[in-house]
Design a protein around this ligand. Structure first.
Ligand code: SF4
Ligand code: SF4
Ligand code: SF4
Length: 327
């Protein structure tokens, strides 16, 4: 068997049972994802080589462990945002925010997952021989690890008056905390509601916070912490063009397996012009809190200014007419 972990001297000296051997020498197709071959586990030089990178997130293999959320907090030393129990879901972090740069949403839907055979959720009446087809109760639980989308045209970056938000060599969008003055213009300009201010700013940092795409790690050739720890490779980090091809292939694979509502969420047709952290979704984007047609707010500036100028001219004409009438 090729591709195993025991080779050379070790392989010839270690006598192991066939069943144990099968457990140790896993062929690649038996592993979840690509294991040590994955781009999540390899060092890279994308920052040095100016290669556009991204995240492809696939909820069809996410197990909702939230290891990505924890790794993000640990690496970036992001403070907790309270340990409140929502009472609505096992998801206690709720949404992305100034202190939650990764958020694994738990989505409960009354739909079947792929070719899942749904059954009666309640016990049938033991006295009755009639089965009520209406009582079949499809249910699916989807987990999606959400993050800053690192937009191709980023509303936050366009709105920032201090130049604190910049585009990096790998195409990600980075807030420089020592330049940010906490004005909050970026907060209202993000079409995804990602970037946010802390209720109480930190003593040594501006005010607006979001995922950094682990730029500090990437500069040293390391993979972002959230992708590195994901045990199922639901989050995959790598070259953006490779990921887009991988995403398209995965959608096709899932559709052939009965997930007819699988699609990619990557709004390339809007003024956002695509995102570096794109998702595979099951069903409609709205269910995940993703706008179906996100737009960069500045595209509305032209019509807003035109309306303002027309209104000003019309008001001037009315005032002149009033003066002319009474004089
Ligand atoms: S998702 Fe929002 S915060 Fe992230 S890059 Fe786009 S506009 Fe900026
Ligand atoms: S890339 Fe880094 S900062 Fe962004 S969510 Fe992942 S761990 Fe957090
Ligand atoms: S994305 Fe990966 S690490 Fe995050 S919850 Fe899902 S399986 Fe766990």
């Amino acid at each position: 068997m090729s591709g195993g972990f025991l080779r050379g001297a070790h392989a010839s000296h270690v006598l192991i049972s066939a069943s144990r051997r099968n457990r140790l020498l896993l062929p690649r197709e038996c592993m979840i994802g690509e294991g040590i071959q994955s781009t999540n586990q390899r060092k890279h030089s994308y920052v040095h080589d100016h290669v556009e990178v991204g995240f492809f997130t696939d909820p069809s293999v996410c197990i909702g462990c939230k290891a990505c959320e924890v790794a993000c907090k640990e690496w970036n030393e992001v403070p907790d945002d309270g340990f409140t129990w929502s009472g609505n879901s096992y998801d206690n972090t709720g949404h992305l925010g100034a202190s939650t740069w990764r958020h694994v949403m738990f989505l409960e839907q009354d739909r079947a997952k792929g070719n899942q055979i749904t059954a009666l959720m309640g016990l049938p009446n033991p006295q009755s021989t009639i089965r009520d087809p209406q009582s079949d109760d499809p249910f699916r639980w989807v987990f999606l690890s959400d993050v800053c989308k690192h937009c191709e045209e980023a509303g936050c970056l366009e709105a920032c008056p201090t130049g604190s938000i910049v585009r990096t060599e790998v195409g990600s969008v980075l807030v420089q905390n020592d330049v940010c003055n906490g004005c909050g213009y970026c907060v209202v300009s993000c079409p995804f509601g990602v970037i946010d201010r802390r209720p109480e700013p930190l003593h040594d940092a501006g005010g607006a916070f979001k995922c950094t795409f682990c730029y500090d790690r990437q500069k040293s050739g390391l993979v972002p912490a959230c992708a590195k720890v994901c045990p199922t490779e639901s989050i995959v980090f790598g070259r953006l063009d490779d990921l887009r091809a991988r995403g398209a292939e995965r959608v096709q694979q899932l559709q052939q397996s009965g997930y007819t509502d699988a699609q990619l969420y990557d709004p390339t047709e809007t003024s956002v012009r695509g995102i570096h952290a794109f998702f595979l979704i099951l069903g409609e984007p709205e269910a995940y809190g993703l706008p179906p047609k996100p737009q960069v707010p500045t595209i509305y500036l032209k019509s807003a200014w035109t309306s303002a100028i027309v209104t000003a001219i019309a008001s001037g004409i009315v005032v002149l007419l009033v003066f002319a009438f009474f004089s």
